[in-house]
Ligand binder design. Structure first.
Ligand code: NDP
Ligand SMILES: O=C(O)C1=N[C@H](C(=O)O)C[C@H](O)C1
Length: 279
């Protein structure tokens, strides 16, 4: 055990990492090993994944931990206290149902969910304690509070709001979950519904910008972990509120913190703002 690793205790929260072979899955396995109060109970991947049968610790680069990656979530959930899930929308909906059956905590970081996916996850939260957020970092959730305040203070006739995000070349959804979270915060500040006021993917002869709209633009390339800027642009001046993620560990630490927080909460659907006391 390295100096950075916590000594496991019997009372530690047993966490299942689903999507254990992914970028976030491996980061979560490293993070759990370093946080007191949490222990890795199981590691799950999709059927057919090349990660199946491998030692989770070895795959994550921290040395063997004796947890072999499997593809059967139900028995793993039955013996655990919580699930950390950064996978893909259909999988997260399925895992929310299993977490409800097992009456455990489900932390969902997966982005790109449809309104139907979100409704299914909300339904599962009648029996599971679910924390779902497009971004688990402290910095982004604080930024969302600042965006909400700025949007409330600056009138839509005077300041236009646009959200710009950039991510690595492997990202499959756009706008990012974080961009939508920040857009929701801006909409909340303006007391409008984001769904009816967003402008996405401008191309061609678009016409002038609609007053009060919240715009989104997405860039993809290389290894960028995640960058988000909310621009509030007025006549002759512009405010830019930016967050730059330099390491996926910020999301993983937030997810473990959310699980530990949720352990003593009643079933329901919670956000990272609830976890961080920023609501
Ligand atoms: N909320 C937040 O703070 C953050 C959210 N994210 C989000 O997390 C998600 C994952 O991101 P990332 O780790 O980069 O993506 P990866 O593609 O690297 O990882 C996803 C993993 O989930 C696996 N998976 C897919 N379906 C299943 C299934 N049914 N059962 C078990 N495992 C499954 C994938 O396997 P395979 O590749 O074999 O299909 C893959 O290993 C994305 O939606 C991303 O936007 C990411 C970072 C932070
Ligand atoms: O896919 C990613 O990598 C990330 N996804 C989240 C998002 O969609 O906002 C969070 C973070 O920006 C990294």
């Amino acid at each position: 055990m390295s100096a950075q690793e916590a000594t496991p205790q019997a009372t530690d929260m047993g966490l299942v990492v689903v999507g254990a072979g992914g970028r976030m899955g491996q980061t979560l396995i490293r993070t759990i090993a370093a946080i007191p109060g949490a222990r890795l109970a199981a590691a799950i991947e999709r059927t057919g994944s090349p990660a199946l049968g491998r030692d989770a610790g070895e795959l994550a680069g921290i040395g063997a931990n004796g947890i072999v990656i499997g593809d059967d979530p139900l028995p793993a959930f039955a013996k655990a206290d919580g699930v950390l899930d950064f996978t893909q929308p259909a999988a997260s909906v399925e895992f929310a149902g299993y977490a409800a059956q097992a009456r455990i905590v489900h932390v969902v970081g997966t982005t790109g969910c449809t309104p139907q996916d979100d409704a299914a996850i909300a339904a599962a939260a009648r029996h599971a304690t679910i924390v779902k957020s497009g971004n688990m970092s402290l910095g982004v959730n604080l930024l969302a509070v600042l965006v909400e305040q700025a949007a409330r203070a600056l009138a839509p006739e005077d300041f236009d709001i646009e959200v710009l995000e950039m991510h690595h070349r492997h990202k499959v959804d756009a706008p990012s979950g974080t961009a939508l979270l920040l857009g929701e915060a801006a909409a909340e500040g303006r007391a409008i519904a984001l769904a009816e006021n967003s402008e996405r993917g401008r191309d061609g002869l678009t016409g002038a910008r609609r007053t009060g709209a919240i715009g989104f633009a997405s860039l993809r390339g290389g290894s960028v972990v995640g960058e988000h800027t909310v621009f509030l642009s007025g006549q002759g001046e512009r405010i830019a509120l930016t967050h730059q993620a330099e390491d996926r560990a910020i999301f993983a630490r937030g997810a473990v913190k959310a699980a530990l927080w949720a352990r003593s909460r009643k079933p329901g659907l919670y956000s990272m703002r609830d976890v961080l006391g920023l609501s």
